[in-house]
Each structure stands twice: as C-alpha cells, then as structure tokens.
Design a protein around this ligand. Structure first.
Ligand code: C5P
Length: 228
C-alpha cells in the first residue's frame, strides 16, 4: 500500500451525505474518490445476475473475485459504475441493491477480496475514501478521518429526495424502516462494523447546509494538502 499518499476517510451510516460530501471534497482537492459502497453493491448485483446463492459466503467471494467493476464519467461528466461491462449505475442506487450489499458485506471472505481492490485506489495526489470501515479497517493509518452522521429522519428524507430526483418513487416510511434495518445490520456485524475510528472527528450534519459540511471536512486537512 502506498502509505505516503494522503487519504481522507469519510465513514458513516446510509443517507448521512457521505457520497455527496466525499465527491465534492475530492473535487476541491483534485484527489481520487473511492465509493466503497458501490463495490459491495456491485458484488451483490453481479451475484444476482449470475444466480449465485447470496447465503453462500464462499460462492459470493468467488463472484467478487471475478467481477470487473469500473468507475467512469459519461460525456456530461456524471459518474457511472460499469459492472462486467454493463452500465449498472441506476440499478446500484436502488434500495434492493443496498440491502443485498449489506447482506454480503457481512462475509469476511468478501471483505478480504474487496480490501485488496480498495487499497489500489490509493494514488497520488491523494484519495477521499467513502464507506463504513475506511478509517477503521481499510486505511487505519490515515490521520484524517471523519465519521459523518445525521438523524435517522433526515437521512431517510435525503435518500428519498435522491431517489425521487432519479425518477424512483419510494414510500418515505418504508425507506426509513429499510435504512434503519440496514444500519442495525452494518453496526451489529462481527467484521468491520460501522463505528467511528478512535481518531475520527464525528460530524453531525443534521440541519447543516452541504457547503458548511464540506468546509468543515476540508478544515481537517493541513493547509499544505489543501493547496492544489
Ligand atoms: O454506502 P452504501 O449505501 O452504498 O453501501 C451499501 C452497503 O455496503 C452498506 O449498507 C454496507 O453494508 C456495505 N458497505 C460496507 N463497507 C463499506 C461500504 C459499504 O460494508 N466500506
């Protein structure tokens, strides 16, 4: 692992705004961006496509090892996730993909396959890594760690708006339930549970404008790294 390359880890529960904040911060810094949740979602999806039994950890880990996942930008500059050659961006954002990801993310063998892949994203000039265990397991040596959270109601509302903007209609109450169930599973699992790293700065973004969250995150980095 290229430990001399700076990494800013941003962990937190679903709907905490990690994705939006991490992308914006990476853009401001001119750093690479790792959406680790998309990797788990992609493995869940590829397993479903191949008819792999999601309750069989070894079969899912084998599928993870052979799945080709690429992050690209389309002509409009919008991020796309290509899974085994197919544009899976839309499908991956659905809550069903999130639930499948959360189920297979509890398997140590799957996490081991994805760990190696995630380390490869650490490239100069730096990396913003978004997920659940970026600061605790994947890049524990990083001195720059954020644990981003928000109230459950606000997280469900944000996710609801995000899906609505993408033309997906979902019921807010059922979304709140699904998100709560996923967070409980993510926080309660034995391997890499969702929790702040010891040296993480916990940031509650409830009611906070995105621009302020971005500035607060950037302020954690020394001036020398913030200069482009
Ligand atoms: O962040 P996102 O909602 O896309 O993540 C989907 C699921 O993938 C999470 O609920 C979690 O179970 C799993 N995940 C994980 N470790 C990460 C990122 C995501 O276990 N670093």
């Amino acid at each position: 692992m290229a430990t001399s390359v700076p990494v800013l880890t941003i962990d937190g529960p679903s709907g905490s705004g990690k994705g939006t904040i991490s992308r914006a911060v990476a853009e401001r810094l001119g750093w690479h961006y790792l959406d680790s949740g998309a990797l788990y979602r992609a493995v869940g999806l590829a397993s479903a496509w191949e008819g792999v039994d999601l309750s069989d950890p070894d079969a899912v880990a084998a599928c993870a090892a052979r799945t080709d996942i690429r992050f690209e930008n389309d002509e409009a500059g919008e991020p796309r996730v290509i899974v085994n050659g197919k544009d899976a961006t839309h499908q991956l954002r659905m809550e069903t993909a999130g639930a499948a990801a959360s189920a297979i993310a509890a398997y140590p063998a799957v996490r081991a396959v994805l760990l190696k892949l995630q380390h490869r994203f650490r490239r100069l000039p730096g990396l913003v890594a978004d997920g659940r265990d970026m600061g605790t397991v994947v890049f524990p040596d990083s001195p720059f760690k954020v644990f981003l959270t928000a109230s459950a109601g606000e997280r469900a509302r944000r996710r609801h708006k995000q899906l609505k903007d993408k033309g997906v209609s979902v019921n807010l109450d059922s979304l709140l339930h699904e998100i709560a169930a996923r967070d409980e599973r993510d926080a309660g699992r034995a391997v890499a549970p969702l929790k702040p790293a010891e040296n993480a700065v916990v940031l509650d973004s409830t009611g906070m404008p995105i621009t302020e969250v971005i500035e607060r995150v950037l302020a954690l980095l020394p001036e020398s790294l913030r200069r482009r």
